[in-house]
Ligand binder design. Structure first.
Ligand SMILES: Cc1cc2nc3c(=O)[nH]c(=O)nc-3n(C[C@H](O)[C@H](O)[C@H](O)COP(=O)(O)O)c2cc1C
Length: 386
C-alpha cells in the first residue's frame, strides 16, 4: 500500500472530511471513520479474532483515523450469527490485542462496538439451545428470516422475556466486556444501541411490554441503555465511550411509531454524560447490511438531532465523499462513518481525498468466508500497477 501521507487542510473556512477533529482524548487527523461492520470471519469455535482480521483492520488504518471495529457480543447469549468475534473470553481478548496492535502500528485509533442481539438470534446459537432473551416475548415478524447455526433459513422464535432480576447480570456483562476491551488495548468502545438489537428492543415501545422499572414510559424504557452506558463509563471514562443509535430505523423488525419523543429524551439524557461521540445510522440506509436500500422520504437523523445533541456527532449511511464533505461543512455532522465502500476500498481516505475512482463492493462476500472480499480488495496504487 502507498505510504504517501494524506494532506490535511486546516486553514479553510469550513471543516471538511480532511480537517482534524478532537474526539475525547484523541486528536483525529481526518473525519472519515470506518463504520462498524460485521464480517463473520473470526476463528471457530473460539470466536476469537485471527491474524486475517488484524490484516483487514490494518489495511483500513490511517494515522489519526478512527476505526470502529465490528459488533462483538459481550456474552454468550448475545450471539445471533456465526463467526462473529466475541469480547468475553481470554482467547478473544488475545485475538483482539493483535488487531489493535496492527492498527496502532499504523497510527490508527480503534474503538470496539459492544453488542447483544437480544431477540435477533436463534436457539441454535444459545448456550444449551434455549430461547434467545429479550425485554419481552415479542417475535420478529415472519416476513424476516434468520439462519440457524447450521445454516438453515427459518423464521424467528419467540424470545424469552428477561426476569427483572436477570437484568443486572446483562449490565454486568457489558461492564466486563468493557474491561476486556481495555485489556485488549482498544482506544475506546462504542455501545451498539441501534438496528433492532437488545438495547433498542428495550427503547422501543413495540418490543418492550414490560411492567417493571425497565418498561412502560419513555424514561423506564431508556433505563437499560442508561445503566449499560454508566457501567461502561465506569470502566473507560465517558470521553472514550461512544454510542450508536438508529432512530427511524427499520432493521431487524425495529421501528418506533413516533420516534421523536423517545429519541429526543434519549439524546437529552445522554448530554450531561460527556460521551466521546454519538453515532447515528441515517434512516435512508437502514437495513443496508441485509440488502441494497435507499429509503426515500425519510428524515435525516443528523439534521433532526444535531440541535439537541451537545457533543461530537458521527453519522453513516449512503455517503459519498461529496455528500460527506457537504454534511460536515454545513455543520450537520462532525465526522462520517463509511461502511460498504470502505469494505471494497481499503485506502478509502486517500481515494476520496484524491478523487480516485472507487472499487465496487461485492455483497456476496460481506458475511463469512475468508480472504475473498475481505483482504483482497486492492489499494488504488496496486490497481494502477496491475
Ligand atoms: C456488511 C455489513 C455489516 C454491518 N455490521 C454492522 C455492525 O456490526 N454494527 C453496526 O452498528 N452497523 C453495522 N452495519 C451498518 C453500517 O455500519 C453502516 O451504518 C451502513 O452500512 C450504512 O453505511 P454505508 O452506506 O456507508 O454502507 C453493517 C452494514 C453492512 C453492509
Amino acid at each position: 500500500m502507498n505510504t504517501e501521507k494524506l494532506e490535511f487542510h486546516t486553514g479553510m473556512n469550513y471543516p471538511s472530511l480532511f480537517s482534524p477533529l478532537q474526539i475525547g482524548p484523541y486528536q483525529l487527523k481526518h473525519r472519515l471513520a470506518l463504520a462498524p461492520l460485521t464480517r463473520m470471519r473470526a476463528e471457530k469455535p473460539s470466536l476469537a479474532p485471527r491474524p486475517l482480521n488484524a490484516e483487514y483492520y490494518a489495511q483500513r488504518a490511517t494515522p489519526g483515523g478512527l476505526l470502529i471495529a465490528e459488533a462483538s457480543p459481550v456474552m454468550a447469549t448475545g450471539y445471533g450469527s456465526p463467526g462473529v468475534p466475541g469480547i468475553y473470553t481470554e482467547q478473544q481478548i488475545a485475538g483482539w490485542r493483535k488487531v489493535v496492535d496492527a492498527v496502532h502500528a499504523k497510527g490508527g485509533v480503534i474503538f470496539l462496538q459492544l453488542w447483544h442481539v437480544g431477540r435477533v438470534s436463534h436457539s441454535s446459537f444459545q448456550p444449551g439451545g434455549v430461547l434467545p432473551v429479550a425485554p419481552s416475548a415479542v417475535t420478529i415478524p415472519p416476513d424476516l428470516k434468520t439462519g440457524t447455526a447450521d445454516g438453515k433459513a427459518v423464521t424467528y422464535e419467540t424470545p424469552r422475556a428477561l426476569e427483572t432480576s436477570e437484568i443486572p447480570d446483562v449490565v454486568d456483562a457489558y461492564r466486563q466486556a468493557a474491561k476486556n476491551a481495555l485489556a485488549a488495548g482498544f482506544d475506546g468502545v462504542e455501545i451498539h444501541g441501534a438496528n433492532g438489537y437488545l438495547i433498542e428492543q428495550f427503547l422501543q415501545s413495540h418490543t418492550n411490554l414490560r411492567t417493571d422499572q425497565y418498561g412502560g414510559g419513555i424514561e423506564n424504557r431508556t433505563r437499560f441503555l442508561m445503566e449499560v452506558t454508566q457501567a461502561v463509563i465506569e470502566v473507560w471514562g465517558a470521553s472514550r465511550v461512544g454510542l450508536r443509535l438508529s432512530p427511524y430505523g427499520i432493521a431487524n423488525g425495529s421501528g418506533e411509531p413516533d420516534p421523536m419523543p423517545l429519541y429526543s429524551h434519549v439524546v437529552q439524557s445522554l448530554n450531561p454524560l460527556g460521551l466521546a461521540y454519538l453515532h447515528f445510522i441515517e434512516p435512508r440506509s437502514s437495513g443496508a447490511g441485509r440488502a441494497e436500500v435507499n429509503h426515500q422520504n425519510v428524515p435525516s437523523a443528523m439534521v433532526l438531532f444535531r440541535p439537541i445533541w451537545k457533543g461530537v456527532l458521527i453519522t453513516a449511511g449512503g455517503f459519498t465523499g461529496e455528500t460527506a464533505n457537504a454534511a460536515i461543512a454545513a455543520g450537520h455532522a462532525d465526522a462520517i462513518a463509511f461502511g460498504r465502500i470502505f469494505i471494497s476500498n481499503p485506502d478509502l481516505p486517500r481515494r476520496l481525498q484524491r478523487g480516485f475512482p472507487l472499487t465496487p463492493y461485492n455483497r456476496a462476500t460481506f458475511y463469512g468466508g475468508d480472504v475473498a472480499g475481505y483482504t483482497d480488495y486492492p489499494a488504488h496504487d496496486e490497481l494502477a500497477q496491475a
